[in-house]
Structure formats: C-alpha cells, structure tokens
Ligand binder design. Structure first.
Ligand SMILES: Nc1ncnc2c1ncn2[C@@H]1O[C@H](COP(=O)(O)OP(=O)(O)O)[C@@H](O)[C@H]1O
Ligand SMILES: O=C(COP(=O)(O)O)[C@@H](O)CO
Length: 579
C-alpha cells in the first residue's frame, strides 16, 4: 500500500524531484531522467540505464561513480520513451559512445531501440544490452526472451567498470554481453503491490501462498505453493540456480560467484539475512566461493513482498569489475577517488521545438484531429479500469493507466501545437511525442509511431481528403507492424488494426464518404478485437502466460476498438455540420 502521495498522476515526477534534491552531489536532473553531476573523463563510454520507476534504486539510484552515467526514468512500471532515453544519453555523452542498458521488457526494447537509432543517426555511436537474468521467464532454449530483474545490477556494474577502465565501446559491449550470459536470477513473491492512488493492488498472491517465478511487475510465475520456511526458500533458490550453469561452465565446484539476495520492497532486511545464512552455507557446500555478496534492496517492485537470488558467475576480468568501488545514491561499495562537480552549463539539454509553416486548410484539419485525440482521451478515461483489468489477466495490468497518461498528454500537446499555428502533421508529431513520452510502455511506443505515420500522410500544407486519411491509417498499420514485428493472429492490437485499415480503404475507394466509411471500419475493428479472446498471445508481456489469456480479449486490441469508435462520433459530428 502506498500511503504518501499528492496527485497520483504526478507521483513519478515529484519522486524524481525529491530524489534529485536529496542527491545533488551525485545526480542532476535533465529532460527524461538524471545524469551524473560529477565529471567523467572525456572520451570514455557512457552507460545509460533505464526503465520504469517504482524499482528504486533501479534506475536513477545507481547513477554515479563506478556505475551508470545517466538513467532514463520512465513512469511507474512503464519504460521511458525513446525521447527520454535520447535526451539523457545526449546529456551524458562524453565522446566515447553510449551503451544503453535495460531489462528485457517489450516496452523498454521498443523505446531504447528507437533511441539507439536516433543517437546513431545524430553521430553518437550507441549500442545496447537487454538484461535477461530471470530463469523462470523462459526456458534455456529461448533465453533471449527472458526478463531482466536484479541481475540488471551485475551487468551494469561490469559494463560501467569497463567503461571507467577506458575500454572502447565494442569492448564495453563485449563485457556487458559476457556478464549477462553469466548472470542468472530466480525469485518468488508473497504479495502484489499497490501503485499510488490505486484502490486495489495491481496484482495479488493469495494469502499464505508464494508465487514462484513471479515477475517484478506481477507477471504470473511458473507455479504457486504454500509459503516455505526461510531455509526451504534458500534451498529452492540455490537448487534452481545450480541446475542451469552458464555456457562454458561444466561443474559447479571451484567457481567464484558474485551474489545478490534482493528484496522486492516489503521483505525485511532481517528476513533476507535469515535466508542468506542458508544460501551461503549451501553455496559453500557446493564448492563455490562467494565474492562481495549484496543482501538488500537493489531492484524493487514498489511495496511488493518477495525476494530473488542472483548468481554472477565470475571470470578474472568480471571479478575485477564486480569488486571495483562505486558511489551512487542507492549503491555504495569501497571508496572511490574524489570527483569534481560539473557546472550546470556543461550538461547539454535538448533544443526547443520549432513549428513549421502550415496552410489554413491543414490547420482546419488539425482542429478535427485535435477533437479526435480529445475523444480518445475521454474514452480511455471512461474505460481505464476495464483496460487495466483485461491487461492484468496475462499482462501487468497497466494498459489503462498507460493509455490514459498517453492520450491525455497527446491531447494537451495537440492543443498547444494548434494554438502555436501548427498544421495537421506537426500537431500529430507533437501529440505522438507527448503520448510516447508520458505513456512509455509498449503501447506508448506503438501509438507514438502510429500518430506520426498518420501525420506524415496528412502533411502541414495540404487539405487532406478521405483517401489521405485511409493512407494515413495504412501507414500507421505498417509502422506498428514493422516496429513491433507482430503479425495478425499474435493477439495484439494488430488484429484489430489490420481489418480496420482494410475496411476503411475499401469503403473509401468504393466512394463511401469518410464518416460512414470510418464507422463501418470501426465496427469491424470492434468485432475483431472481441474475437482476440479466442487467440493465444505470441507477443508482448502476455506471451509467457498464453493459456491464462484464452477467453479474454487482448487489451491493446480492445482499446483500439474503443478509440476508433470514439473517432467515428467526431467524424459524424463534422458530417452533420457540413449538411
Ligand atoms: N509487438 C507488438 N506489436 C503490436 N502490439 C503489441 C506488441 N506487443 C504488445 N502489443 C500490444 O500492447 C498491448 C500492451 O500494452 P501496454 O500494457 O501499454 O504495454 P506493456 O505490456 O509494455 O505494459 C498489448 O495488449 C498488445 O495489444
Ligand atoms: O515495466 C517496465 C517496462 O516494461 P514495459 O514493457 O514498458 O511495460 C519497467 O518497469 C521496467 O523497465
């Protein structure tokens, strides 16, 4: 239960303000997150980490000497947007290239990949590492699909130490990949967590039961059992992690391991120490040497009760990096050399947006687009709980709040652009950026590229007609499918979008006027969204829990159905006005 907050919508921003105010000697706020407030040598690689907020000290709390150079800080449990990542990386860049580090979640992958492309295009050589330590999230044969949990820290620590040792970007990437290959985690949860202002937990575990392998956003685990004793839990953790040795390690005995026994938010340190007592006995009995163990909260999940064990299988070089000192707000080790504070003017900030010239016709079309985005925000507001409920069946339950943040921000940005004289394209670009920025997550990234694609078809100077609208929707469909790589049948929003786009194009090319064509296409989309209940998910967060989702429609397809219906009403009102 989160008790202390103001307006829940402002929680993440206010949390970051307070965090920065409390840690000025380590971090400085920039657009999208924080960067170190201390000088790092010119020419070294900058490690930019990130993810959703709600996991403190991940990710802002591990910015500082010996660890990250900056953190892109998303909203609660939602990845930061590409723009946030790009802005933090630009501010932290020291000329040696950038490594982006994040946990392997769909939203993070989409946004960080988009940022990587933009940074490379801007002349900042950028690579990335998606951490995949959670062994319960996919079998070994599909280990590239695993989620990142507390093992984020071992991978980031090794990469950061390599960067600080002056390694090239390629070599830092090599170290990060090797650290990721050699990091394995396994966790359990005893209860869910409640986001600020929410009336109920985002997810829950029945009283007295333990969800084995549950993810840090409540992603369902692999089994549920009665809560065990501390020793039994230690035995389960150790058995699971010793069963799957990283490639190149054939026997357990004789190895050296870094270790994290991580608390997820409301397990006491004292309880963790009781568990660690048995973990250390078991690992030593197995012939392992434990190097610099960390017992505490390093990647949390708000007030969730749970714990995980991470083993980091060391070689000589990785051990050197694991043991290096670090000094960050949420993680300290050894003593680091004195560091010099940077002047505010030495941190680059993003430039202001310029509104391109537009025609009166395009501005008039912009008004209709703005009304449509307001209608989206309103329908999402009315359905926020239902969208969350649907998403919670096999996902993380945040689809409603993510869409709400995105649509509200998109509508506000559209209004502002309109008042500044923007045409339809610029208005949609501003709305797209604001939506992706505020929403984060998978759907934030996808709605961002979709709105931009529609904008590109409408332009800033033409008078868009029905064929341009159909072309815009087709462009949005193509953008979502090429960016997200989902196909029809994967149980995503694509299942509603593809028939929507096809029906709209058919109706318009057959001479149906826009409002009627849109309404017919919207009805097809709604039916297609409902029909996703019969599908098994093959993409996104719901994928590992395919069978749980049977009988429930896909959240993103369902919200798309609601949205296109709400736009149909706006278009019909304009047709009425024309009569
Ligand atoms: N690769 C993809 N391509 C298209 N849509 C996707 C993809 N992955 C997930 N989705 C859509 O995103 C929705 C989930 O959105 P959201 O809850 O915001 O994201 P997250 O799972 O990152 O929290 C899913 O219901 C699905 O419709
Ligand atoms: O939830 C997180 C990111 O995943 P999404 O796919 O964006 O929901 C975040 O907390 C971890 O980065």
């Amino acid at each position: 239960m989160t008790r202390l907050y103001n307006d829940p919508v402002d929680f993440a921003d206010e949390m970051i303000d307070g965090f920065v105010a409390a840690n000025k000697n380590h971090v400085r706020r920039v657009s999208g997150g924080v960067v170190r407030s201390t000088r790092t040598p010119e020419g070294t690689v900058a490690l930019i980490v990130g993810g959703g907020s709600g996991h403190y000290p991940a990710f802002g709390g591990i910015v500082g000497s010996g660890l990250a150079h900056g953190a892109a800080m998303g909203n609660l449990f939602a990845s930061p947007s590409a723009q946030q990542v790009e802005s933090v990386a630009t501010a932290a860049n020291r000329g040696g290239g950038v490594l982006l580090g994040y946990g392997n979640y769909a939203g993070d992958v989409l946004h960080f990949t988009q940022a990587q492309e933009k940074l490379n295009a801007a002349g900042i050589p950028t690579r990335s590492i998606a951490v995949t330590d959670d062994i319960s999230s996919a079998p070994l044969a599909e280990k590239e699909k695993r989620r990142g949990i507390a093992g984020d820290l071992t991978v980031f620590k090794a990469a950061a130490a390599a960067a600080e040792a002056g390694y090239s970007l390629d070599d830092v990437v090599g170290v990060a990949q090797r650290a990721n290959e050699r990091t394995r985690s396994f966790g359990v949860a005893f209860s869910g967590c409640t986001l600020p202002g929410a009336g109920a937990p985002l997810f829950s575990v029945p009283e007295g039961r333990m969800a084995v392998g549950m993810g840090i956003h409540g992603e369902p685990g692999i089994e549920e059992t009665d809560i065990s004793t501390a020793d039994e839990l230690a035995e389960r953790f150790v058995a699971a992690l010793l069963e799957e040795l990283p490639e190149g390690i054939d026997t357990v005995a004789g190895n050296r391991v870094g270790l994290i026994l991580n608390g997820l938010g409301s397990v006491k340190y004292e309880e963790l120490f009781v568990v660690y007592r048995r973990v250390s006995q078991l690992l030593e009995q197995a012939g392992l040497v434990i190097v610099d163990p960390e017992v505490g909260e390093l990647v949390t999940s708000f007030d969730m009760a749970g714990a995980s064990l991470t083993l980091f299988w060391l070689d000589d070089e990785l051990e050197g990096f694991w043991r290096k000192p670090a000094d960050t707000p949420g993680y300290r080790k050894g003593s680091v050399a004195a560091v010099e504070q940077l002047e505010a003017s030495e941190i680059a900030e993003a430039e202001a947006v310029i509104i391109p010239v537009s025609s009166a016709e395009s501005r008039a079309a912009g008004w209709v687009v703005y009304e449509a985005i307001e209608a989206i925000a309103s329908v999402v507001d009315s359905n926020v709980d239902e969208l969350g409920r649907i998403d919670a069946v096999a996902g993380d339950g945040d689809h409603g709040i993510g869409m709400q943040r995105g649509a509200r921000a998109g509508a506000a940005a559209a209004r502002e652009a309109l008042e500044a004289g923007a045409g339809a394209k610029t208005l949609l670009d501003s709305a797209a950026a604001a939506w992706a920025n505020r929403a984060g997550g998978t759907s934030g990234a996808l709605w961002g590229v979709a709105l931009s694609a529609v904008g590109a078809s409408l332009g800033d100077t033409m008078e868009p007609g029905p064929a341009d609208v159909a072309a815009g929707v087709a462009a949005a469909r193509d953008a979502i499918m090429s960016f997200g790589k989902a196909d029809v049948g994967d149980k995503t929003m694509v299942d509603a979008l593809v028939p929507f786009s096809a029906t709209l194009a058919d109706e318009i090319s057959g001479g149906t006027e826009l409002a009627t064509a849109w309404q017919r296409a919207a009805d097809v989309a709604t039916a297609a969204a409902t029909a996703t209940a019969d599908l098994l998910p093959r993409m996104g967060r719901a994928r590992p829990h395919a069978e749980k989702s049977l009988g429930t429609p896909d959240a993103g397809a369902y919200s798309l159905g609601l949205i296109v219906q709400s736009i149909a009403v706006v278009l019909a009102s304009h047709r009425e006005e024309e009569k």
